[in-house]
Design a binder for this molecule. Sequence first.
Ligand code: IPM
Ligand code: MN
Length: 356
Amino acid sequence: MKMKIAKLPGDGIGPEVVEQAVKAVDAICEKYGHEAQYGFAYVGACAIERYGDAYPDVTHQVCLDSDAVLFGAVGDPKYDNDPTSKVRPEQGLLAMRKKLGLYANLRPVETFPSLVDKSPLKTSLVDGADFMCVRELTGGMYFGEKGRKDGGDTAYDTNIYHRYEVERILKLSFEYALRRRRKLTVVDKANVLESSRLWRQVAQEMAPKYPEVETDYMYVDNAAMQLIRCPKYFDVLVTENTFGDILTDEASCITGSMGLLASASIGEHTSVFEPIHGSYPQAAGKNIANPVATILSAAMMFEYAFGLMEEGRAIRKAVTASIEQGIVTEDLAAEGEKRYSTSEVGDWIASYIKNN
Ligand code: IPM
Ligand code: MN
């Protein structure tokens, strides 16, 4: 298969981890006889420096012209402590999500048996946890009307959802549940928020159309608790944008390192595959960041963008082998064991793919 893949490494550790994912993609292409053609574009702080815009039109065009986007991270501390800054790197990611219509963000949480002791939670709680968070990605407070009034002393962000936005993300989640263990948990705050009541109403209307799926409803505060109290309870969890942002960072702790969680953002145009961690500026350029989340995002790319399941599995198998054999970066290395660099882990995984 011929694949046009856009590389958008972004800021911080983004370039280093995307480079490792590209090694894995190239290894897969070599092994399975595919051909990857790469495009490249700037996003985030590096795009602001170059174009004064975190997601310039040239970058959008590169995405539109591709079959899939491999994204690294955006963010630069330079902008973090300046609330008056008009441009911010994060706007690049948000503009990309909106313009590409990426309304669904799939964040799988899977534990690696050899890493369960890395989790801050008890092994008995996390061993075998395996669920999918579906986060709505182009609505809610992130994109609702926002602003200041009273001379700047009052600020607001509107949490707005339209029925069609809720329906399409729930449809995808019900269908996803059908392909998994057939359990869907709709997370909201329907005891307080009107937007959540719309979510629950739409979910209750749709649930009878999916009789094979056991649907339940959970308030987000309770969900935050259940995720660490009993992560194995979940199969597919669906929620709105802001709740999903918060809960998936929480969920990443279950597996032991944020450096392990991949994600796929899918919707109307080209899909984007990205690690859930941020730009980790303190580690940028040091060759110490964990590339696994981005490499696993490449696995999701083969599966979701190209329907190449075996290729996705081959990447996962290589990642699992690297972890089992202790070829890991400092975040996962055991006391007194060798810590491998970002590029060493990337090289090891690519060569495992080629030789197995
Ligand atoms: C994420 C990130 C982004 C978000 C930031 C960088 C804008 O935290 O992908 O979870 O809040 O969605
Ligand atoms: Mn986040």
